[in-house]
Design a protein around this ligand. Structure first.
Ligand code: AHR
Length: 495
């Protein structure tokens, strides 16, 4: 029996483009994501530019983040933007009722967020307040940020120190309106979406891509109703799906203390993303066969128990090699559906859920997930190449997942990036790749792996999991043989 995998890659074929926004991020006023993680204030001893951490900005720039979603999440539907502008000492406070009941001082507001976007080179995706905000408030916010006119809101912005309007290309009309955003039924939200969206205007040449609140996981009826009643008035419809290790919100499981059964179950859960995109996509196809409306998966990632001893409302969790494998598997799924998936935003950038970066006062570390985003950035904007993959299964307790997952894209300059994941925790596998027309003058690569699937980076050992050069890809005749180590993520550059 041949335990290896085979892969056929057609480098000359055409396919849909991976929208760079598939590699987007999400930062909410939640726990230590914004405060401490990004914002330390101008008087902090931590080096900062206008209050924003320089170490974090430098690390995020390595990821070439295309788009950043803010201010929530659930926070968005209790956020009143006018509380977050003007002199900081005068800004009113509010209670962040969803996330630990802490007092929010509004020091990080519209100007600070848009400054962050400029510092990291990302486009802003702002989520407006439908749950507890007025239509006028939402309308004013858009005018404040984007109008160049001699108009009340634009002049208020100028008075607060910003002359030129910003570009705000993406705007969400409410978040999780079926839950924390107002517990609405889809018919009611569809009408509210139509109403609020009417007043989200395009000022001064800023053209807004409008994103309606989409389904919670497998709520297909939500997608049906939204597409039917409001599909023509939106550019994007969101979808939220979190990977729960056990599939059970009541006992999610630890981020680092898990056995093989939990590891396998977690990957099984994450792979459900494929089926969810396919099924929501079928509904969207019926209403929108041209695929004009983008599927915007603006919250995804693994959600575990919080780290012991931390505030349960802060959603602070460690990040292991398992998380890196999850990220790789999800990106492969998103690439497979590149004709419909126009953006995704992993939850969340810093110190919350499946984070890129963890901070502890002045210390900062890059998580295994960070490294996958960095390794995979070569896929941004690439053309998805069709591949045929035959892989053995990794089976446990009667459930199977593929041992190998793969995706390939081609850049405009002809360079092909092939990413591979070996989900098996203990067995390496040979992948024999028939690469067709790929020019194979040179093959180089990097690998992310570690001693165990729960290996992770700590402030004492921040580089336990980090990418290294990969040398086990060898061209033999017209086959590229890749020896994938167990529990690894590999990105190869073929040119
Ligand atoms: O990302 C954490 C929370 O998960 C978001 O605030 C909310 O939209 C979702 O339920």
């Amino acid at each position: 029996e041949d335990p290896g995998a085979t892969l056929t890659l057609r480098a000359d074929a055409t396919g849909p483009q991976v929208n760079p926004n598939v590699y987007g991020h999400f930062a909410e006023h939640l726990g230590r994501c914004i405060y401490e993680g990004i914002w330390v204030g101008e008087d902090s001893s931590i080096p900062n530019t206008r209050g924003i951490r320089q170490d974090v900005v430098a690390a995020l720039r390595e990821l070439e983040i295309p788009v950043l979603r803010w201010p929530g999440g659930c926070f968005a539907d209790e956020y009143h933007w006018k509380d977050g502008i003007g002199p900081r000492e005068n800004r009113p406070k509010l209670i962040n009722t969803h996330w630990g009941g802490v007092v929010e001082n509004n020091h990080f507001g519209t100007h600070e967020f848009l400054d962050l976007c400029e510092q990291i080179g990302a486009e802003p995706y702002i989520c407006g307040n439908v749950g507890s905000g007025s239509v006028q408030e939402m309308m004013n916010w858009v005018e404040y940020m984007t109008s160049d006119a001699d108009s009340p809101m634009a002049n208020l912005r100028r008075a607060n120190g910003r002359d030129k309007p910003w570009k705000v290309p993406y705007f969400g009309v409410g978040n999780e309106s079926w839950g924390c955003g107002g517990n609405m039924r889809p018919e009611f939200y569809a009408d509210l979406y139509r109403r609020y969206n009417t007043f989200v205007k395009n000022y001064s040449g800023n053209r807004i891509y409008r994103i309606a609140c989409g389904s919670n996981g497998s709520d297909f009826n939500w997608t049906e109703v939204l597409m039917d009643r409001a599909g023509r008035r939106m550019n994007g419809l969101s979808l939220h799906y979190y990977t729960l290790p056990t599939g059970d919100w009541g006992r999610k499981g630890s981020a680092t203390e898990f056995d093989e059964a939990q590891y396998h179950a977690t990957l099984f859960q994450t792979l459900r993303m494929d089926e969810l995109i396919a099924k929501h996509g079928e509904i969207m196809d019926r209403h929108d066969p041209q695929k004009r409306v983008g599927m915007i998966i603006d919250e995804w990632g693994i959600w575990t128990d919080v780290e012991p001893g931390t505030n349960p409302g802060f959603l602070y969790q460690q990040n292991s090699l398992r998380d890196a494998i999850i990220a790789g598997l999800n990106f492969h799924i998103f690439h497979r559906h590149a004709d419909r998936v126009a953006m995704t935003n992993i939850a969340q950038t810093i110190n919350v859920l499946q984070a890129m970066i963890l901070t502890d006062k002045q210390a900062m570390l890059r998580t295994p997930t960070f490294h996958v985003f960095e390794m995979f950035k070569v896929h941004q904007g690439g053309t998805v190449l069709p591949i045929e993959l035959k892989t053995p299964k990794y089976t446990l307790d009667g459930k199977s997942i593929p041992t190998v997952s793969a995706s390939a894209t081609r850049r405009d300059d002809g360079v092909v990036s092939l990413s591979l994941v070996n989900t098996h925790p203990t067995e390496s596998i040979r992948v024999a790749c028939a690469v067709g027309e790929v020019p194979l003058k040179s093959v180089s690569g990097r690998v992310l792996t570690a001693p165990a699937v729960n290996s992770h980076n700590t402030f004492d050992h921040p580089e336990t999991v980090k990418p290294t050069e990969f040398t086990a890809a060898l061209v033999e005749g017209d086959t590229l043989n890749v020896d994938l180590p167990s529990k690894s993520v590999v990105v190869l550059t073929l040119q």
